[in-house]
Design a protein around this ligand. Structure first.
Ligand code: GMT
Length: 375
């Protein structure tokens, strides 16, 4: 049975947008009709795909309103698409505002469309900064027809903080091994002026405070004091100015390459020897999974969903938050021992295909939709 599925996500660069878009593309390949409803074309939806449609939410600024009514415009567009396209499912990523808008849209449309909400983490971590949103998040979760979380850690944390009267099913994130696999990138290494003796360490994030990029640079400075190495910092965000200053204070300007936002991350991973993901909050850590698929072992913090992705002592290491000395020691252990590094690299490549393969995970979502439509 082919379904008509609406998907709403943040269209900007970020793991949740990647997962939502890739899910839509995979479902479309299986013959379902996918309707993205968002303020802009999601960044991974960069060319034409059969069975994929895009409905843009436009928000007009009217002088009487202090703030443009984005949430209402989104709900209104959702209702229009639910009715016109006769959607079976509306799958939204993030409880606020998307689940709350979807519930309102369902009421406006007056159809039997089922609302599926996927929690990605910030729904819950935002409560640390703004507890006033708790009721809205809880409402979004409870009124959805089904709720999923991208890790056991996030599902547990949500239950602990909000105690919603709704079950939360864990469906892990996934990657497409047709895109993420090791490719020969010696030419790119040369283009970046990185010699064959130098080890390459990579960090990819949106440079928010929670990503602890200072810890990445501190650990790197300990590593670079012992071996020849370069650090690739990929992405951009609010901490960038501070990080650039910090790199200058440590006199690491020649060893740290700021690459900004990048497409084709598989090429950068493929020329890297190690990834560092040292966040203080991380519901899953999609970038670790992407790097592992390209044969890059990761060192991550024992935080949130990271231990569900990195297996300590098998395909990477887990360290305590902020323990940059231990992180550097573990990094050197891997980077100075070729046999160990090769083994971890091979074992890292097994993880996406064994546990986080797109085909398996997309089927879990598909089964969830079909189960909902039986009721
Ligand atoms: O990490 C971010 O700041 C971006 C955020 C997002 O919305 O993309 O990432 C969250 O969702 C990703 C996809 O499920 C997860 O891999 C990230 O771990 C999660 N970020 C946090 O929990 C901080």
């Amino acid at each position: 049975m082919n379904l008509k599925i609406g998907i709403t996500c943040y269209p900007t660069v970020g793991g949740s947008g990647v997962v939502a878009t890739e899910l839509g593309k995979h479902l479309a390949e299986r013959g379902h009709k996918i309707h993205f409803i968002s303020s802009n074309i999601p960044f991974r939806l960069n060319h034409w795909h059969q069975n994929v449609f895009f409905h843009q939410v436009t928000v007009n600024q009217y002088s009487l309103f202090q703030y443009p009514p984005y949430d209402i415009a989104l709900a209104s567009k959702m209702a229009e698409v639910i009715k016109r396209e006769r959607l079976d499912i509306l799958h939204v990523h993030y409880a606020i505002p998307h689940a709350v808008c979807a519930i309102l849209a369902k009421q406006m449309a007056g159809t039997g469309v089922k609302i599926v909400t996927t929690l990605h983490g910030t729904d819950i971590s935002v409560l640390g900064y703004d507890a006033t949103l708790a009721e809205a998040i809880k409402y979004g979760i409870e009124k959805s027809d089904a709720v999923t979380a991208v890790s056991h850690s996030l599902a547990d944390q949500t239950k602990e903080l909000l105690a919603p009267e709704q079950s939360i099913q864990v469906i892990h994130n996934f990657i497409d091994s047709r895109v993420y696999h090791k490719v020969d990138m010696d030419g790119l290494k040369e283009a970046y002026n990185i010699s064959s003796q130098e080890k390459v360490i990579i960090h990819v994030s949106n440079f928010r405070k929670v990503k602890r990029v200072r810890d990445v640079v501190t650990a790197f400075s300990n590593i670079a004091a012992r071996i020849q190495a370069k650090l690739l910092l990929v992405g951009d965000g609010p901490e960038m100015t501070d990080i650039r200053r910090f790199v200058g204070e440590l006199s690491l300007e020649d060893q740290v390459l700021f690459l900004g936002k990048q497409d084709h991350l598989e090429e950068l991973y493929s020329m890297s020897d190690l990834m560092l993901l040292l966040s203080e909050k991380e519901s899953f850590g999609l970038v670790a999974l992407e790097a592992m698929a390209c044969g890059v072992p990761c060192i991550g913090t024992r935080i949130g969903g990271i231990p569900e992705v990195i297996e300590d002592g098998y395909n990477g290491f887990l360290c305590e938050l902020g323990d940059t000395d231990d992180i550097a020691e573990k990094a050197l252990l891997l980077l100075e021992n070729e046999e160990l590094h090769n083994r971890f690299s091979q074992q890292a490549m097994e993880v996406p295909t064994e546990r986080f393969d797109a085909r398996k995970i997309v089927s879990q979502y598909e089964n969830l939709y079909k189960a909902l439509l039986k009721h």
